[in-house]
Design a protein around this ligand. Sequence first.
Ligand code: ADP
Ligand code: MG
Length: 691
Amino acid sequence: MNVPEMFGSMVFSDYVMKEMLPKKVYQSLQNTMKEGKALDEDVADIVASAMKEWAVGKGATHFTHWFQPMTGVTAEKHDSFLTVDKDGCVIMDFSGKELTKGEPDASSFPSGGLRATFEARGYTAWDPTSYAFIKDNTLCIPTAFCSYTGQILDKKTPLLRSMDAISGEAVRALAFFGKHVRRVNATIGAEQEYFLIDKDDYSKRLDLRLTGRTLIGAPAAKGQEMEDHYFGSIRPRVKAFMADLDEELWKLGITAKTEHNEVAPCQHEMAPIFDNANKATDANQLTMEMMRKVAERHGFACLLHEKPFEGINGSGKHNNWSLSTDEGENLLDPGKTPKDNAQFLLFLAAVIKAVDEYQDLLRISVASAGNDHRLGANEAPPAIVSIFVGDELEAVIESIIEDSPFKGRAGSSHLDIGTSVLPKLARDNSDRNRTSPFAFTGSKFEFRMPGSSFNIACTNVMLNTAVADALKSFCDELEGADDLDKALRAMIRRELKAHRRILFNGNGYSREWEVEAERRGLSNYRRTPDALVHYCDEKNVALFLRHGIYTKEEMESRLEISLDEYRKAVHIEAVTMLELLRRQILPASLRFSASEASSVQLKNGIGVASDADRALCERSSALCDELLHRIDDLDECVASGPEDTVESAFYAADRIIPAMEAARKASDALETIVDRSFWPIPTYSEILFYV
Ligand code: ADP
Ligand code: MG
């Protein structure tokens, strides 16, 4: 396999464009990509024609505008290149117009009331900053999705806006250090966790098929306590899947770099090499799709749900985030000179301020019914947002705040921003705090709260905009200063002090931290609706307005969609559970208990007493009664409930979920005593420890 040759072979990349486009057209397109300038129609026509040539040469017959509506899943509508020319001959055609603008019939995408169905049409517009690619013989053109009145209906547009916002402010900030760059990019590396299980087991479980997770299931005899799966040797079948996945991703220009096992049995992870936030988001969306597809080919089902199995770890997505100039300088890399250090501290202070002031937005960006099972459980970061900077950097920060000597490994010294060099920070894996939701890992921050199935755009919109805002306030202040050095020092110190409460190096999973966080005034929104209702808080609306990311109306529509999504997800789970319990679990358990009853009778007939049969019959009968009650309770719960979106989201959290948990308890108790040959669905041990 020739990897360099294969890599990006299905991408209309910079290299291909250079080869295929006239020099002037290429240059004009480059300007569009680098500076966000509008593409003129003639250029678009030439680009479209080259793109079609290239795509048809690779076997493509169709094209699609590939976009990310607010469902978070990517959407596409395929058109073929096929056209009949004026002589009645069939030709393959693709115009600049078709490339730059599309009109999917989008009435069924959620718009949160922004777009009435009678004016259903939205349009998609080419995003030339993310490359077009071929998938399933279709040329996919990454696009943004808007309504005709210009309201944004997707996840990409706000992301692009937030990237512009942070670039503008970071460029401003760099000028204080004598650096004049044109662009600063938010860079993202999204580590993707997932489960692979046998397709057969998957097909036999209604809950997995309809909701992506198991709604019932007694724990397997063995869980993850031996920790023998983590980085353990990979099953040959899984290895073949990973090799195939790498290949598919590489063809699409996605830099899949590491593949390994995770903590839970059947759990794995893929990490790519980081890229700018826009491309990284597109790549992650594609990665998830490819994981599912390639899994099929290998007789697996790929589960991207945050919590497919109770009692073992769920899956997340670590969003590694940093800032990089167009010259490739990483702004979160502590430098080697006093000046670099002052610059690093300014950006560090901006992140700390941003995360503290907009902790609610970060929490909101990861809120979903699925992720609620993960956050705050004993395996994933808590629902409280805090930052881990490591002991050394914390000591640096403390010494700046207190204006006291810094005590490092190399002894004690006085740190003065702008004149001192920071001690070299150890980049040691072992002392990293895995329990922190937002950890500094040497030259980037790692946000660990996103769920495995999430579109990372949302998280990065929040992060980029919040940091842009902190940088903006810094720049506004410093640009007016008489003595820049002095003002910078005072500002960093003041800001670090003001936001010190968000720094926490201890165990984020502990109960003590919850108490301590409350004392510090940090928010702790345990469940999705608790978090979501703060989305349109005044300060948040003001933030997004200030940076031209969302209008208030757009935010309100997003809130509506998120609440609705939550409510629907819970509702679907409840209804699926009812069907599973009523039509499979309860009847099977009753059959088992009846068979025990006949055993008792049979044996009595020949004068043999069987305590075991009697006991099992009694126990299972009692549990069946209990299960029936729980089913009825749940049924009643689901059938009633408020209409209003906010109220019904809370109703789902307060009433439906507890009713589901109670029903599960009864079912799981039955599972432990009912004869396996009666039990109608694959069990945890069978699913998780397949051979
Ligand atoms: P770690 O050892 O901290 O897990 P890795 O080198 O394995 O670090 O990287 C984890 C992820 O972070 C990878 O996807 C990687 O590409 C990404 N990453 C590394 N540097 C940056 C950066 N400057 N910006 C964004 N992501 C980054
Ligand atoms: Mg990681």
